[in-house]
Design a protein around this ligand. Sequence first.
Ligand code: GLN
Length: 454
Amino acid sequence: DAFIVKVSAAKALNAFIVETPEHALAAAKEADTARAAGETLKPLAGVPIGMKDLFCTKGVQTTAASHMLEGFKPVYESTVSQKLWDAGAGMLGKLNLDQFAMGSSNETSYFGNVISPWRRKDGGNAPLAPGGSSGGSSAAISARLVPAATGTDTGGSIRQPAAFTGISGIKPTYGRCSRWGVVAFASSLDQAGPMARDVRDCAIMLEAMAGFDAKDATSLKLDVPKWEQGLNPDLRGKKVGIPKEYRVEGMPTEIEALWQQGIDWLKDAGAEIVEVSLPHTKYALPAYYIIAPAEASSNLARYDGVRYGQRDLPDGANLQEMYAATRAAGFGPEVQRRILIGTYVLSAGFYDAYYTQAQKVRTLIARDFERAWLQCDLLLTPTAPSAAFALGEKSADPLAMYLNDVFTVPSSLAGIPAMSVPGGLDKDGLPLGLQIIGKPLDEQGVLNASLALE
Ligand code: GLN
């Protein structure tokens, strides 16, 4: 009940697109009944969570924060959300995000930007970005409207918003969480994961969300480890690599200091620190911004005004004109930009020069990580090159916005697990995040090192 009251009182943050108090209450009642009957409680019995509005929820509007899907009520439940309900959780509502998960600030949402609950110490009251695309999730957790939420991460959308708002979030290995019923952005990169106040809560959530699903062709056929039970912040015998190429030019000294602080914390926990090289790092961002739009242009072709969502049918329009009118009205500017870039790099004349090239770069980046694992078990980096920026500060300049993803995109391209945890505050009193990157399937290692940083 307390959470339901808080959610409806916090309208100013615009974190929720839809509120579903009845769903959360039903889960709470079920937990109460089980408790009264002396039954063993489910792992998330009665826990009210937020659901990023990219997960299809049966009978509950699912928009991907777009006009295109406004009013769309799926007749099915995504695998990940179903698993959370099976674990006893209830839903407080659907959380705002960047439109189709494209963005780093939550400003591309058709339903308006989310406002971070954080403010600069001496910066007046200028509203700050909660990060993106999972900005509704990060804002709602850091404002304590929900104890935990789902996120999705294609190039950093769990980790960067977690860093901006002083919370934790993990992107597991690609294939750990089913993509079934998650509105697709870039299918070879999209991964669901949890966001929560701390590492332990993330571990509990991830255990509920992960697992093989025959309905997702890239789902990993593996048992879900007992990550929570395995939590251990003792890093003796572990080697943590510091990738030298992540010392990007113009990195604020505060981020440098944060990174050094992280190194010291890991040493205190018993880890040995080694310098490693990931030589192709600087090509990750350009490769990502070819591959992700290419896949997006293909995935978003389904919104044609016939099969899903909105239809715009001007008087006397033919089929082509109906498509054009629907897509012009249904997609916001950032989504249209991605579709145009995507169709361009996939077009016959340019495919080899851009798309094929980007795929080769992706392989080189994955190999960089494989080589690094010969020298170390985990990597430590900052999550983002800055603290949260003001709303509007970067929205007119897509390139400046894309640069924010510089530390999160390489591990997405390689499909490996990575987690952001709070590392401290900058001089303005804003949270900064530290990122732990791990070997494929080593979520336990990532969680443990993150716990040591907590
Ligand atoms: N900011 C990145 C983008 O706009 C990542 C988004 C995401 O991970 N969904 O593509």
